[in-house]
Design a protein around this ligand. Structure first.
Ligand code: UD1
Length: 428
């Protein structure tokens, strides 16, 4: 078990490089099981969710290897069609293996997926869509088995809500189903469009990427490809939030400018300056402008629910107020308790979160309770003068490769210590 120790209050100066997006990588890696031969996904950070994806692929008889930013997959036939309970519950994206295994094996058994506790997160739309395409479902306790021995068929289907994961499941299923599929009310997130681009590179026939109606003409088979996913807009938002809260000047390379507008717009109100230079952004903050900020999160292109905690962290030293209305998940404000420990005045009423500055606190032990809440705690600790610890780093490791190195490269005083080693030293 690790924790982070932060000596906060330092301005940030230096360069950060944005890796490929976790939320694009996870579906693309799952879909690579549908591709014949070998595939290689480039620019892949070493995240615990990516390791879990590797373990899932190896556990069903194919080969996945992570090496120096390359994630390689070689598909092999096998009769294994179930994923272990522990791998399924290690992350939400285990549900993305339903469609690939159904295509490959005609049958798949998974446990209900795990992941961050940010809401109920059911999988009914994934299952409903697959069943309408011809799969038979059997649910016993928390285990789901789908069978489609004769394969799936194309359908005309409107998603109940524009779920990112369900859109990705149904795109994958339709890519090799018989006939034409038309999906309506699809998620328009850039990571969904990136999955479409990946599958099209592999030979799929999909149009409408990034739109709410997607048309998919099923093909017999897909072939292995080399692919570089889009840059991680949530990682980029984390760096912007840190510069906004700590002040300083940073160059952010591989910056996904086309997806950052809604986040940039809010931070500019508090004095952040941003220049877009080719594939980078130069980000500068010298002083605080007072601003009262009100944001509703929502489905893309609305303000991203994953960026809500980071916006809160960006404003910990702000002179105004933040009112954040969360529309996607019910439990998105687990960082509030930690921010209160840092001296902020915060409250939640239903889905509405309110935050303003109150007093300075110089020592606090914080906890990461989910991935983005954890990143928000790190940014907030970096921005406050004092000494802070952050436990629950395993949540942060799901989406950031060595977050302490990202920020120490920008001059922050942050290090990771092993709690077990600390205890061993105490007893020695
Ligand atoms: C993905 C992202 C996550 C992001 C979220 C919303 C990945 C790996 N994760 O999660 O970081 O916060 O999109 O942008 O890409 N829902 C149902 N039934 C379903 C599926 C979803 O009711 O079958 C609900 C969920 O409970 C939630 C809403 O739909 O309230 C949106 O969830 P969804 O878009 O599916 O999120 P994920 O794909 O899990």
């Amino acid at each position: 078990m690790d924790k982070l120790v932060v000596n906060g209050g330092k301005k940030l100066f230096g360069t950060a490089v944005v890796p490929a997006a976790k939320n694009a990588l996870l579906p693309i890696i799952a879909a690579s099981l549908m591709l014949d031969g070998e595939s290689c996904i480039k620019n892949c950070p070493d995240l615990s969710d990516i390791r879990a994806s590797r373990d899932i692929i190896n556990s069903v008889g194919s080969t996945a290897v992570m090496h120096g930013g390359d994630f390689s997959v070689v598909y092999a036939d096998s009769d294994i069609c179930s994923i272990s309970h522990s791998l399924c519950t290690s992350m939400r994206s285990s549900v993305l293996y339903l469609a690939p295994l159904l295509y490959r094996r005609g049958k798949v058994t998974i446990s209900l997926p795990g992941g961050c506790n940010i809401g109920a997160r059911p999988v009914d739309i994934h299952l409903d869509g697959l069943c309408r395409m011809g799969a038979k479902a059997e649910c016993i306790a928390d285990s789901i088995t789908l069978t489609a021995a004769a394969g799936l068929k194309g359908i005309n289907y409107k998603l109940r809500i524009p779920s990112v994961g369900a859109t990705q499941t149904l795109i994958m299923a339709a890519a090799t189903a018989k006939g034409l599929t038309i999906l309506k009310n699809c998620a328009r997130e850039p990571e969904v469009a990136d999955l479409v681009h990946f599958l099209n590179c592999a030979g799929a026939k999909i149009t409408g990427a990034g739109k709410s109606e997607i048309m998919i003409q099923g093909v017999e088979s897909l072939c292995g490809v080399e692919y570089t996913p889009i840059a991680d807009r949530i990682f980029a938002a984390t760096v912007l939030a840190a510069v906004n809260a700590c002040r300083g000047i940073c160059l952010v390379k591989n910056y996904p400018v086309e997806y950052m507008e809604s986040f940039e717009k809010q931070l500019k109100k508090t004095g952040l300056c941003i220049w877009h230079l080719a594939s980078s952004a130069l980000v500068l903050k010298t002083g605080e402008k007072a601003a009262d900020i009100q944001v509703h999160t929502g489905y893309y292109p609305a303000f991203s629910t994953d960026m809500g905690p980071l916006l809160s962290a960006a404003l910990v030293n702000g002179n105004g107020t933040l009112t954040l209305y969360e529309t996607v998940f019910e439990n998105r404000f687990s960082y509030m308790e930690e921010f209160i420990k840092l001296g902020l005045c915060c409250r939640v009423q239903g889905r509405e979160y309110y935050q303003t500055k109150r007093k300075d606190v110089y020592i606090a032990n914080l906890a990461a309770k989910d991935l983005r809440a954890g990143a928000a705690a790190v940014v907030a600790a970096l921005a406050k003068r004092g000494c802070f610890t952050i436990e629950g780093v395993n949540f942060i490791d799901r989406g950031y490769e060595k977050i302490e190195q990202v920020f120490s490269a920008l001059g922050a005083d942050i290090r990771r210590v092993s709690v077990d080693r600390e205890k061993a030293n105490e007893t020695e």
